[in-house]
Design a protein around this ligand. Structure first.
Ligand SMILES: [Zn+2]
Length: 311
């Protein structure tokens, strides 16, 4: 995965352009007028850009403006013919906390897999994990069954990590199934066990690849459930015994579509009142982000300082 990472970093290091209308202090979302202006400017720059880097810069500049309209402008570019553009869009959408960004990212995973663009898929998985919208978990879980496909294998660790970050309980059984498959391939029990196996001619390092999934799968199971076990059977038994109690204590994360303010730890099946609404009890702007059994994993912390207001 080092190659993918290097490519992503290279994309992010592309030449900088001056920042557009900065997000208003203390607010997460720009005004519609600011979004319209940024989109108009983007369209001009993007259509004139005859260099990939010009278009990538235009995407980065537009993505600094947070608004649903910007999200809807960016999402179709996930399948843009220029892979660098699509990858940059996938990275940038990860900082737009709107369900349309998550749904757009999930919807484009299949097309980018088919087009053999693992960098775009890996970036999409990373953003999906960051956003954490439960509705997108199923798209990623479906990939677990395609572990026979080399293209899927390449991005499967990214997909599995994202599944763990999202934390949907519905992913637990498919993850245990995959863990079982990794145990039945080379090196079975032994930690880090060779897995070179004597099956001549069957794929290249396939058993090794399966063995490498064990760590991410176990990490995702821990992140979702808060439990631990040392084998698929162990996980299966623990999950069957603990599931009902964990589900009964599950907590919902909600978000206001207008202000992009999240409400954590609320009841999963009852909309909380929105904090931005002036009229009490107003909740039509609230959407469910996800339901989790445990506290969400801490987002890779840049630094614990900054009391807020900055972004
Ligand atoms: Zn609201």
């Amino acid at each position: 995965m080092h190659l993918l990472l290097a490519l992503l970093l290279a994309i992010q290091d592309a030449p900088k352009s001056p920042p557009p209308a900065p997000a208003p202090a203390g607010a997460k979302v720009n005004t519609e007028a600011e979004a319209d202006a940024a989109i108009a400017e983007f369209k001009k720059a993007f259509s004139k850009g005859d260099l990939t880097s010009t278009r990538v810069d235009a995407v980065k500049k537009l993505a600094q403006v947070k608004h649903e309209k910007v999200v809807r402008q960016l999402v179709p570019l996930l399948t843009h013919a220029l892979e660098d553009v699509a990858a940059q869009v996938a990275v940038q959408l990860g900082s737009h906390d709107h369900h349309a960004a998550a749904e757009g990212l999930a919807a484009a995973v299949g097309a980018n897999l088919t087009a053999k663009r693992p960098v775009v898929v890996a970036a999409s998985c990373s953003s999906l994990g960051k956003l954490g919208y439960e509705a997108t978990s199923a798209t990623l879980v479906k990939l677990l069954d395609k572990n026979g496909d080399d293209d899927v294998m390449l991005i499967l660790p990214d997909a599995i990590r994202a599944i763990g970050q999202i934390g949907s309980a519905s992913a637990v059984d498919p993850l245990i199934d995959l863990l079982r498959k990794t145990e039945s391939t080379g090196g079975g029990g032994g930690p880090g066990g060779g897995g070179r196996g004597g099956r001549g001619g069957r794929g290249f390092g396939r058993d090794d690849d399966m063995a490498k999934l064990r760590g991410p799968v176990t990490g995702a199971l821990r992140a979702i459930t808060g439990g631990d076990a040392d084998s698929a059977n162990g996980w299966d038994q623990w999950w069957k015994a603990s599931r009902a109690e964990l589900l009964a204590g599950a907590k919902g994360t909600w978000i206001c579509k207008t202000s992009w303010d999240r409400v954590e730890g609320a009841a999963p099946n009852k909309k909380p009142a929105c904090s931005h609404a002036a009229d009490k009890g107003h909740d039509s702007c609230m959407v469910l982000v996800r339901v989790r059994l445990t506290e969400p994993p801490a987002p890779a912390p840049p630094s614990p300082r900054d009391g807020g207001g900055g972004k």
